[in-house]
Design a protein around this ligand. Structure first.
Ligand code: NDP
Ligand code: MN
Length: 385
């Protein structure tokens, strides 16, 4: 029986090659004074930040830049940026970059409206936020279209996510030309993040007809384009299709959440901020799929179908299992076939990671299709080591 749900997404999504040029007019609808929240180097190096500054200026939108967001961003960075937004009395936050700057932009929009540190919003519900425009530069998190923000507390290494209705971006600008500069490792790790979003949203307890529709189209797009975008970084069509898959998957997790793979990954990259989120997921996925397969046979078969795997003479069990083999194939093709050990996680940290998954990512644990306790989660971490 389908669980009850409601469906709401207020984000205006604009997609297309070269549409960055429209952002001046779009920004002006909201404010003539924006804070741009971005990372330390990629958008500077590719010239996109300068282009954005010029476009805003030409439309008479003043701007200030906060460029201190690190991958797996901290609450300290977000508080710093929120202080800037207050000091400069900005009426609009523009997130520019991958999931880290975009998640941060949404959190900054909340913190700039209040007078408590952003970390406190894990407990205190935020009711208002400055308007946010997301300009996405990776194809992975789906942060461009959803309300979630993930931040790390550097003192405790906790890495929870949070998201309130006021945190939906007003506008998402998805311009595949901005993604061309992604290095191969970033293409692979962010692209695999999409794959896990749709795996988890499609099989989780909170799945519903709408999220499943998004997932199916995302699987179909991932089928050819994940590996093509990896092998041909300049292929704008592959980049565009990956960007669409990212947005579809972002909408799917907004509706239906993630599962044990994300629950375990957050404490991995929380404790080891040098590990890319998608690489952490890659290490955890195969063992987690094996854990989940018995209760998800039909879903796994459907996913196998959408990934273009031939049924031939396979039994149901074999066809469901072919999803796991396909996942291993994809990981090899994009050079992400790595264990937690390969990524630099220490064996002694596994117990702490399992504990934190339950303490900070309980929502995702509960959404996992199979029940799982801390001991079983530790076992999954050991199998992924
Ligand atoms: P990041 O935003 O962390 O970016 C990863 C790296 O890629 C950075 O070094 C960045 O450089 C660089 N980079 C980004 N875009 C480009 C580009 N076009 N060209 C060259 N280099 C580029 O990666 P993700 O997008 O994977 O975001 C990860 C974060 O998002 C994690 O904190 C994760 O937990 C979170 N997340 C959020 C979700 C949500 O629903 N909101 C869902 C899943 C994950 P620089 O730092 O210089 O910009
Ligand atoms: Mn993710």
């Amino acid at each position: 029986m389908q669980e009850n749900f409601s469906f709401f997404n207020p984000v205006r999504i604009s997609f297309g090659k070269g549409i960055l040029k429209n952002v001046g007019k779009i920004a002006r609808k909201y404010s003539n004074n924006a804070l741009i929240v971005t990372g330390k180097s990629s958008m500077q190096r590719s010239g996109v930040l300068q282009k954005l500054l010029d476009i805003l200026k030409a439309e008479g939108v003043g701007s200030t830049v906060y460029s201190g967001i690190t991958p797996n961003p901290t609450c300290i960075e977000i508080d710093e940026a929120a202080k800037m937004a207050k000091d400069f009395k900005t009426g609009l936050i523009i997130g520019l970059g991958g999931g880290s700057p975009l998640d941060s932009a949404k959190a900054v929009a909340v913190a700039a409206k209040g007078d408590i540190p952003v970390w406190d919003y894990l407990k205190v519900k935020a009711k208002e936020a400055l308007p946010v425009i997301t300009i996405v530069s990776t194809s992975g998190t789906g942060s461009e279209v959803n309300r979630y923000s993930v931040m790390t507390n550097p003192a405790t290494k906790e890495k929870p996510g949070f998201g309130y209705e006021c945190m939906y971006p007003k506008e998402a600008i998805i311009d595949p030309e901005i993604m061309i500069s992604m290095p191969k490792y970033v293409t692979a790790s962010t692209g695999f993040d999409i794959f896990v979003h749709v795996l988890e949203a499609f099989t989780g307890k909170m799945k519903n007809a709408f999220s499943s529709a998004y997932c199916m189209q995302a699987f179909y797009l991932l089928k050819d384009n994940l590996i093509n975008a990896y092998n041909e970084p300049q292929n704008l069509d592959a980049r565009g299709n990956m960007a669409l898959a990212s947005a579809l998957a972002g909408l799917a997790i907004d509706l239906s959440g993630t599962g044990i793979i994300h629950a375990l990954e957050h404490p991995v990259s929380g404790n080891y901020p040098n590990i890319a989120h998608g690489a952490g997921l890659a290490a955890l996925t195969v063992a987690s799929l094996r854990y989940n397969i018995s209760g998800c046979k039909r879903d796994f078969m459907l996913i196998a179908h959408h990934l273009g795997i031939k049924r031939a003479g396979k039994t149901d069990d074999e066809y469901a299992y072919s999803l796991i083999e396909k996942t291993q194939e994809i990981l090899k093709a994009i050079d992400l076939n790595m264990s937690l050990k390969d990524l630099g996680v220490e064996k002694e940290a596994l117990g702490k990671i399992a504990k934190e998954a339950f303490a900070t990512m309980g929502f995702a644990v509960q959404n996992n299709p199979e029940e799982i306790d801390e001991k079983e989660a530790l076992k999954l971490l050991e199998l992924s080591y």
